[in-house]
Ligand binder design. Sequence first.
Ligand SMILES: NC(=O)c1ccc[n+]([C@@H]2O[C@H](COP(=O)([O-])OP(=O)(O)OC[C@H]3O[C@@H](n4cnc5c(N)ncnc54)[C@H](OP(=O)(O)O)[C@@H]3O)[C@@H](O)[C@H]2O)c1
Length: 227
Amino acid sequence: MKTRYALVTGSSSGLGLEMTQYLLEEGYVVFGASRSGTDIDHENFVDLDVDITKEESVQEMYDEIGKDTYGLHLIINNAGIYEMGPVVETESEVFSDHLLTNILGPFHILKYGHDFVIEEVTHVINLSSIAGKRGYENTSAYCASKFGLNGLIESCREEWKPLGVRFTTLMPGAVDTPLWDSLSDDLDREKMLDPEDFLHVFDMVVKSPNNMQFPDITFMHKSGYID
Ligand SMILES: NC(=O)c1ccc[n+]([C@@H]2O[C@H](COP(=O)([O-])OP(=O)(O)OC[C@H]3O[C@@H](n4cnc5c(N)ncnc54)[C@H](OP(=O)(O)O)[C@@H]3O)[C@@H](O)[C@H]2O)c1
């Protein structure tokens, strides 16, 4: 089979790590982008030290990818941050960090990823959140950033339509990953989706026929916890 190439941002933890391992098992060559890296030892895995908030870092990352391939079958905008706090107690820096990581980062990935688009083939998958559809208390920075991410993606989808690029925005409810570890002791993690549940949806999206796309998919634990 022809080699397929995927870029996964945020490959060092949580959903990014899960998607990376899944794609390696499916036979993809995976470029993993994060600041801390992973200890994945696989011949088809390329670990790249990238800070997606920094334009130059993303350009250097694509220079490295360009040494191996001219095109990406999958571009997965997954890296993100999440901190909680009421509006009046949220530091401006924390708020702007969310905009930098959760919107500007994906913008850099798309801006320079355009050179790696394979017409009628590339599929861009984005990790938004159910918090990109409605507000939650103590979540203003995160919600604002995910609402903004959705706008970026919708605009890019329109611009890249003539290239036949597919876009999917995933909007999960809570998934039990390290993202939650430092947020609160008062969480019922049994009522969150497992990463395997997430992969069930991801698998369906990745394997869907090339003539169809899911603009966005909302899914959550049946308990409705943090939905
Ligand atoms: N878990 C959930 O309940 C949930 C629900 C809905 C949506 N999501 C979204 O799913 C995505 C993944 O979440 P997760 O739960 O897997 O979180 P996680 O375990 O905290 O992982 C976040 C990843 O993002 C990377 N990252 C953060 N800032 C970065 C930067 N400046 N440059 C490069 N990489 C950066 C981190 O790598 P380094 O720190 O090594 O750079 C890490 O690999 C996020 O966009 C999140 O908003 C999660």
